[in-house]
Design a protein around this ligand. Structure first.
Ligand code: PXG
Length: 456
């Protein structure tokens, strides 16, 4: 195979001249200069200055099997030579696409046994949103169209994805949310729990769903969507009381339960899917990211027997799909990615070995003066920065303290993410014990730095 062309030395200037980045203040970025990442292997990435970083964030929550997997590159290359593209629209499929659907279904419960493919988590949001509505319409429930989502959730950047998401600063750009989507509270005990115990608070916010259904009328509500653990919102681990109550309410009022598995899926929590960790089965579940470990773009929606039966038996055509739905090359890469997760027992590794190790190391940060809580499930963790941990008081400018600590960590060679004043880790599932130690020590050093250098 030929090597990729060497990048020109003025790539930064070219980037500033021609490339608009997602979720970026372009004026500031162009002034500061972009970091050019040009190589990766295993747990590490390198920038164009030759600096090495431990990627404790798996790219963007996605590189579950780590970088540099030749066998995924080979699978994609072979598939590209054999059949680079064919569609799945007019009565055709390709072998990797169908085999991938079967493979995914082998890791869900028996009920969640169909897959609709797309290319990203955002497209998956748009896909299930339409699916939920056509499901109820096909059953004759024309008015069951409203979707209840949560504040501070992230479900993507397309119009439906950003509307389902609960980030108001995203809504302000583009007049969102679109009609038919409403938001209820999130189970973020540390910040919003007040004097309630986590268990009481979990029940309280779950019951906002019941209140909202009663307010809107059960006959008008199609679905409720939530991430098993909110990711981009700050790795918000719900109290144990939360999910059972949500499940009870969605059953009682007969609305579809949608679990957004884009981050939690494919092993991160020590189960194949996040809903398995919490012991429930959704009706629909968007997936992406870890499905291919980011090697190629691919996403999908897991569809339960309940919904699939109606789509197959009652609906007729579902007028929805993407040129690249089930793209054979992406599917071949995803199949090989799942083979690696299976053969290297990465899910079991997170559940029984590195997950428990990470839990102990990560939660040891709770003794730091500036740490309000250190939480995780499997390899998904958050550290809440606190100005006064005894009262759960936060710094006046949460974004500022998070960014400062993050920059310290990155300068010290470990990639972590900050959401406001929460520091987030989501490493590849192959992380070693010493790399867990390095991650935690580097974060501790960053927090020490904040303590010594930042005054409110
Ligand atoms: N659902 C969830 C739960 C996600 O985390 C999406 C849907 C959308 O997926 P796509 O593939 O369209 O990006 C996501 C994506 C961040 C960050 O800064 C998180 C995501 C994407 C970009 C940035 O944490 N999550």
């Amino acid at each position: 195979m030929t090597k990729t062309a060497a990048a020109p030395s003025n790539l930064g200037a070219i980037d500033a001249a021609h490339h608009l980045h997602p979720f970026s203040d372009m004026k500031k970025l162009n002034a500061d200069g972009t970091k050019i990442i040009n190589r990766a292997e295993g747990m590490h990435i390198w920038d164009s200055t030759g600096k090495q970083y431990l990627d404790a964030f798996a790219g963007l929550w996605c590189v579950n099997v780590g970088y540099g997997r030749d066998s995924i590159a080979e699978a994609a290359y072979q598939q590209m030579k054999e059949l680079p593209y064919y569609n799945t629209f007019f009565g055709t499929t390709t072998p990797p696409t169908t085999l991938l659907a079967q493979k995914i279904a082998s890791h869900t419960g028996p009920n969640l046994n169909h897959v609709f493919f797309c290319n990203s988590g955002s497209e998956a949001s748009d896909t299930w949103f339409r699916m939920a509505r056509v499901y109820w319409k096909a059953l004759g429930h024309e008015t069951k169209t409203m979707v209840i989502a949560r504040k501070n959730a992230y479900h993507g950047s397309t119009v439906a994805g950003a509307s389902l998401g609960g980030m108001t600063w995203m809504h302000e750009q583009g007049n969102l949310p679109i009609p038919g989507i409403v938001h209820i509270g999130q189970p973020h005990w540390y910040v919003e729990g007040g004097d309630l115990s986590p268990a009481e608070f979990g029940l309280k916010v779950a019951r906002e769903l019941e209140d909202k259904i009663l307010e809107l009328g059960e006959e008008n509500v199609a679905a409720f969507v939530a991430e098993p653990i909110q990711g981009a919102g700050g790795v918000i681990v719900p109290p144990d009381t939360y999910w059972p109550e949500i499940v009870r309410i969605t059953k009682k009022y007969n609305i579809l339960l949608v679990a957004d598995e884009v981050i939690c899926g494919f092993g991160r929590l020590g189960t194949w899917f996040g809903h398995q960790h919490y012991g429930f089965e959704p009706d629909l579940a968007p997936i992406a990211k870890g499905l291919s470990s980011g090697y190629l773009p691919i996403g999908g929606v897991l569809v339960s027997e309940r919904v699939a039966r109606v789509m197959i038996e009652e609906l007729g055509d579902f007028y929805h799909g993407y040129t690249y739905s089930g793209h054979p090359v992406a599917a071949a890469a995803a199949l090989e990615n799942i083979r690696i997760i299976e053969d290297e027992k990465l899910v079991e590794r997170v559940r029984d070995d590195i997950g428990p190790y990470f839990t102990e190391a990560w939660r040891s940060l709770a003794d730091h003066d500036l740490v309000g809580e250190a939480v995780n499930v499997g390899l998904m963790g958050a550290v809440q920065i606190a100005a006064d941990k005894s009262t759960r008081r936060r710094f006046a400018k949460p974004d500022e303290v998070g960014t400062l600590v993050r920059n310290q960590c990155v300068n010290n060679g470990v990639i972590l993410r900050a959401t406001g004043d929460r520091m987030l880790a989501s490493p590849p599932l192959i992380i070693s014990r010493s790399e867990v130690d390095q991650t935690v020590e580097t974060l501790r050093k960053g927090l020490d730095w904040l303590k010594d250098n930042h005054k409110e």
